[in-house]
Design a protein around this ligand. Structure first.
Ligand SMILES: Cc1cc2nc3c(=O)[nH]c(=O)nc-3n(C[C@H](O)[C@H](O)[C@H](O)COP(=O)(O)O)c2cc1C
Length: 398
C-alpha cells in the first residue's frame, strides 16, 4: 500500500539511473509522496530536474547546499520507507560499512524506516566477493535487496546485473511498509503447473506459467498479508512472500495442506495434474524399446483436501475451462469453495502464459460474474477486493 505513504528515493551513479525516473513515476502513480536524493555520480547519468518534475520537489544533491539545514536527517525522519535504486557497487560498499560521506548514504544511515536496495552493475562487479559480502551485510541489517535481473548492461554487454523492473522495486517498497488492509492475515497461494515424472528425464505437465498465482501473491503482499506461495513455477522475490518450491501434485498437497492449517485465506491458482504415472521409471525410456504403455493413477486432490478441513481457510479455487461455464459452476458446488475463478484458456488473451486474463467469478450459489479482459495484475487486485467483500459478509474483517 503506497497511497499516502512517504518514500525517499536515493539514486546513485550507474547507467540504470535513468530508470529511477520510471520508478519515481510508478511510486507517484501509486499515491506515494516521493522525495529524492542523489549522489554526485548520479547527476552524471540523470538530470536532477527530471526527478524534480516527476516528484514535485527538488532532489537533494549536496549535503551542504540544500533547502534544509540538515537534509539527510530531515529526509531520514520524513521517510516511511527508503529505496536506493539503482545502487552502485560503491554505494553498497559504503552502506555496508556505515559510511555517510554522500547525500544517499548519509540519508540511509540517518533513518529508522525500512530500506529497500536495488543494485545494478556489471556481472563481474555483482559477483565479486567484496560485493557478495557487502550484500550479505546489508541483509543482516534488515535491508531488503531487490536482486538484479539478467539483461542488457552498459557497453553492449548482456548478463546478470540489470536493475530490477521498476514495478518490482515499487512492489518491494510497498511490501516493507506495514499497515495494509490484509495486515496480520495469513495467505496461502498455490501457483504453476505440477510435473509428474514418467522417467528421470520426462514428465507429464501442463502449460501453466504461474503468472496468475504470482500476481495474486504480490497483490496480497502489497496489502500487507503474510503470504506463502507454494509453487511449481518460477517464484517471486518479495519481503512478505515465502516461496515453497514444489514439483509434483503430491508435493504440493503435502505443503499446501500443512500451511492451510494456519491460513486465513487460501487461493489455489496452481494447475495441478489430475493423474500421474503409477511408476516413475528409474532411468530413461528408450526409443528402441518402442512406445511405452504408461499406467496412470489419480493424484491427491489439493483443493478438495483443504475444503474438507474444519475449520478451514476462506477458500478460492481456480478452474481452467475450454468453453462453457457449466463445468465451473458444477465444480464450485462440488468442491465446496467460497469462490471459484473460472478462465477459458482457449479465449484470446486469456489463460496460460499470457499477461492478461478474462475470468468469470463463480459463487457457491451458482451465480456468475464475468469480468472483462484485463492484465493479470489487475485481476489479482480485483480478486482481493472481492474476497474482502465476501469475508466481510461472513464477519471477518479483511
Ligand atoms: C559509463 C559508466 C557506467 C557505470 N555504471 C555503473 C553501474 O551500472 N553500476 C555501478 O556499480 N557502477 C557503475 N559505474 C561506476 C560508478 O559510476 C562509480 O563507481 C561511482 O563512483 C559510483 O558513485 P556513487 O555510488 O556515489 O553514485 C559506471 C561508471 C561509468 C563511467
Amino acid at each position: 500500500m503506497l497511497a499516502g505513504r512517504r518514500v525517499v528515493l536515493g539514486v546513485t551513479g550507474g547507467v540504470a539511473a535513468y530508470k529511477a525516473a520510471y520508478l519515481a513515476r510508478r511510486l507517484v502513480e501509486r499515491g506515494a509522496a516521493v522525495r529524492t536524493v542523489m549522489t554526485d555520480a548520479a547527476t552524471e547519468f540523470i538530470g536532477p530536474h527530471t526527478l524534480a518534475a516527476i516528484t514535485g520537489t527538488r532532489p537533494v544533491i549536496d549535503l551542504f547546499d540544500a533547502d534544509e539545514v540538515s537534509p539527510h536527517t530531515t529526509l531520514g525522519r520524513w521517510a516511511d520507507a527508503l529505496v536506493v535504486a539503482p545502487a552502485t557497487a560503491a554505494t553498497l560498499a559504503r552502506l555496508a560499512n556505515g559510511l555517510s560521506d554522500d547525500p544517499v548514504s548519509a540519508t540511509v544511515l540517518a533513518t529508522v524506516a525500512p530500506v529497500v536496495i536495488a543494485p545494478a552493475m556489471h556481472t563481474e562487479m555483482w559477483q565479486h566477493p567484496a560485493t557478495v559480502a557487502n550484500v550479505e551485510r546489508l541483509e543482516s541489517f534488515g535491508y531488503h535487496i531487490v536482486s538484479p535481473e539478467v539483461g542488457a548492461l552498459a557497453g553492449g554487454d548482456t548478463g546478470l546485473g540489470r536493475l530490477a523492473d521498476p514495478d518490482r522495486i515499487a512492489d518491494a517498497v510497498a511490501g516493507v511498509l506495514p499497515g495494509g488492509p490484509l495486515t496480520g492475515v495469513e495467505v496461502l497461494i498455490t501457483a504453476g503447473g505440477t510435473r509428474e515424472p514418467i522417467d528421470r528425464v520426462r514428465y507429464l505437465g501442463n502449460h501453466s506459467s504461474g503468472k496468475m498465482g504470482n500476481a495474486i501473491a504480490v497483490a496480497a503482499a502489497r496489502r500487507g498479508a503474510n503470504v506463502t506461495l507454494v509453487t511449481a513455477g518460477p517464484g517471486i522475490d518479495h519481503p512478505h512472500v515465502t516461496v515453497v518450491p514444489v514439483e509434483t501434485a503430491a508435493d504440493m498437497a503435502e505443503a499446501a495442506w500443512r500451511i492451510a492449517e494456519t491460513a486465513d485465506v487460501a487461493v489455489m491458482a496452481a494447475a495441478v495434474a489430475d493423474f500421474r504415472p503409477v511408476v516413475a521409471i528409474d532411468g530413461k525410456l528408450r526409443r528402441a524399446a518402442g512406445p511405452p504403455s504408461i499406467d496412470l493413477e489419480p493424484t491427491p486432490d489439493v483443493l478438495g483436501g483443504i475444503a474438507a478441513m474444519s475449520p478451514r481457510p476462506f477458500l478460492v479455487g481456480f478452474a481452467a475451462e475450454t468453453g462453457a461455464l457449466d463445468e465451473a459452476v458444477a465444480k464450485a458446488r462440488r468442491k465446496g469453495v467460497d469462490l471459484l475463478v473460472s478462465n477459458d484458456v482457449t479465449a484470446p488473451g486469456s489463460g496460460f502464459g499470457t499477461e492478461t486474463n478474462q475470468v468469470t467469478i463463480v459463487l457457491p450459489d451458482g451465480s456468475t460474474e464475468p469480468w472483462s479482459l484485463m492484465p493479470k495484475s489487475e485481476v489479482a487486485e480485483r480478486l482481493w477486493d472481492r474476497i474482502a467483500e465476501l469475508r466481510k459478509r461472513e464477519g471477518t474483517s479483511a
